[in-house]
Design a protein around this ligand. Structure first.
Ligand SMILES: [Zn+2]
Length: 383
């Protein structure tokens, strides 16, 4: 048994101070510090103790990309994101060829197995996020047009045990029927609309067909206009739908963080949408086979199109916290832990500091700098 003392423990409902957090592989519970018995003591020295963060949309990190099909690359990413407090993640593929996707899924599934073992020193892989190729070319953003295709339920069937979420443009011919079929046959898979030119009515119809999530809200979708509310209007008004936000202060103006947080509440999910340039210097990289140019927080294609990010999930929490000071921190932390865990159906074991769940934590200072990450009771990163 281990005990974290002197931490400000961030729970789903608030922050517990002056309590000790007892755990082995699972969370045992909060007790008074004089009740920890002979548990091994870890002193949090006044830092926040957050639930391990959950990044459900991340393409790359430290020069590696989930679409590369490289086992070593996925391992590097798993170790890298652990330094940002992430304990659960979904390697996220781009719109690439089926051959590339088959190879990428194979590599991810190999490292996913490894990440369940006790000698793995990276964040646990909970499945795959396939962002495309079932999107609309007119809203392709930084996705490669050559590999876009109609939604293919048989592809989803083939990888149903691996795919946790995939993005689809519901307005493309045949895709609405495919959504209905996939929702019926694989209700555990989260269907997200994104890279879509759907009207508000089409988006509403898609929700009725089974869509329950919106890929990077505001980006690569029809905007909110007062007579034509678009996919954004559907995402904001439809309570069954969760929505992703890239809170890097560039993809979405920070003035909207309050609006989105107030409207979506526990259905708002912070993501990174990070590319292989994450954790690296400014310069030229690739994303889904296309060159991207990175300067500060901005990643763009040669034509200026915004192409992913270099955001870290702990920074996303910090950015929302600093932009919306009146929202309690525990509610913002949920956006990067319990909310995504619920969206992808892993909240029985992940996403919050609650008795019986996996002992996944990270220690953070006021600015959300991470000093330690713990996965299933083991320290996998220490600064
Ligand atoms: Zn993405």
């Amino acid at each position: 048994m281990k005990a974290i003392i002197n931490g400000r423990v961030v729970l789903p409902t608030g922050i517990a101070e002056d309590m000790a957090l007892l755990f082995d592989e699972k969370i045992v519970g909060l007790v008074n510090p004089d009740e920890i018995g002979d548990a091994e003591v870890i002193d949090a020295k006044g830092q926040y103790v957050l639930p391990g963060l959950v990044d459900m949309h991340i393409h790359g990190y430290l020069g590696e990309d989930a679409s590369d099909g490289s086992i070593e690359g996925i391992r590097t990413m798993a170790k890298g994101v652990a330094k940002n407090g992430v304990t659960s993640w979904l390697p996220t593929t781009m719109t690439v060829s089926y051959d590339s996707l088959h190879a990428a899924f194979k590599a991810i599934s190999t490292v996913m197995e490894e990440s369940k073992k006790d000698d793995f020193d990276g964040a646990e892989i909970m499945g795959i996020n396939a962002e495309g190729p079932f999107i609309n070319a007119s809203k392709k953003g930084a996705q490669a047009a050559d590999h876009i295709r109609a939604c293919d339920p048989e592809f989803i069937d083939q990888y149903a045990s691996l795919i946790r979420v995939f993005t689809v443009a519901p307005e493309v011919k045949g895709n609405m029927a495919a959504i209905r079929r996939i929702r019926k046959e694989h209700p555990e898979i989260l269907i997200s609309m994104g890279h879509t030119s759907a009207t508000f009515d089409q988006a509403e119809k898609a929700v009725r067909a089974g869509v329950r999530h919106v890929t990077h809200l505001f980006n690569a979708q029809t905007p909110l206009m007062h007579r034509d509310p678009g996919v954004v209007g559907c995402a904001l008004t439809e309570s069954r739908v969760s929505a992703e936000l890239i809170a890097d202060m560039f993809h979405v103006n920070k003035a909207l963080f309050k609006l989105v947080a107030d409207v979506k509440k526990d259905k708002l999910v912070l993501i990174t949408d990070c590319t292989r340039a994450g954790g690296m210097e400014d310069g030229e990289y690739t994303l889904g086979g296309q060159a991207i140019f990175v300067k500060g927080v901005e990643c763009r294609l040669a034509d200026g199109t915004i192409a992913g990010s270099v955001l870290k999930l702990n920074e996303a929490v910090r950015n929302v916290h600093n932009s919306y000071r009146r929202l309690p921190l525990h509610k913002i932390v949920k956006m990067a832990s319990l909310n995504p865990a619920k969206a992808i159906g892993i909240d029985k074991t992940k996403g919050s500091i609650e008795e019986g769940k996996d002992a996944d934590f990270c220690f953070a200072d006021e600015q959300m700098n991470i000093s330690r990450t713990i996965l299933r009771g083991r320290t996998i990163y220490e600064a």
